[in-house]
Write a protein that binds this ligand. Structure first.
Ligand code: IMP
Length: 200
């Protein structure tokens, strides 16, 4: 059985304000007070893991050890089947130092070329780590396909080129609430909540 979170304060192991806000919102119904690694001035560890879970574990463990509090980290990205899973754990890096996702999306489509198979998925890994080194990790995936040209301006990252299975719209054309109800992050969160949080 997974270890239960029974504290009242949790560090969100991220310096990304968007992620911190989204995770804070998701945890609010559980009466958990959150503080970010950025606000605590914690250093950003080197993410040299080879899987989403490995990188989430690096970030969560570093924040838990440094703060003395349980810490939650998210690592996520886009995996394109015909590209052998690329950009995968390097999804943020493909956008370069200026974080230009138009460039990153064009690179995905360029590499895909005339390939018939446009299948892709987003993956999100979440790790909850305690200061004693114990960790619980969960993963969520949402499947779909790559489309071009880009459509929509609502989401972030690779959303304008990703159409989830069973839909005609890209993630960037959907209302945020619709995306959040079915996203890789929502699925990983459900696993985390079911295993580690008191739902009453
Ligand atoms: P991380 O901060 O190292 O986990 O990088 C995650 C990267 O994956 C982000 O910068 C986005 O490019 C991409 N990504 C993750 N989740 C999503 C999503 O829901 N929509 C679009 N792109 C995403």
């Amino acid at each position: 059985m997974a270890r239960h979170f029974d504290g009242s304060k949790l560090v969100i192991a991220s310096h990304n304000k968007g992620k911190v806000r989204e995770i804070g919102d998701l945890l609010e119904p559980f009466g958990v007070e959150t503080v970010s690694a950025g606000d605590l001035g914690l250093p950003e560890p080197v993410e040299d893991g080879l899987t989403f879970i490995a990188n989430a574990e690096i970030k969560a463990l570093a924040a838990a050890k440094a703060s003395g509090l349980p810490a939650l980290a998210d690592d996520s990205g886009l995996e394109v089947k015909a590209l052998g899973g690329e950009p995968g754990i390097y999804s943020a890096r493909w956008a370069g130092p200026t974080k230009d996702f138009t460039l990153a999306m064009a690179a995905v489509v360029d590499k895909l070329g005339e390939a018939d198979d446009k299948a892709a998925n987003f993956t999100c890994a979440l790790t909850l780590a305690w200061p004693d080194g114990h960790m619980e990790s969960f993963e969520g995936k949402v499947f779909g396909e790559i489309t071009w040209p880009m459509r929509g301006n609502k989401g972030f990252g690779y959303d304008p080129i990703f159409v989830p299975e069973g839909f005609d719209t890209t993630f960037a054309e959907m209302e945020p609430a619709a995306k959040h109800a079915m996203s890789h992050r929502a699925i990983a969160f459900k696993h985390l909540i079911d295993a580690c949080f008191d739902k009453n």
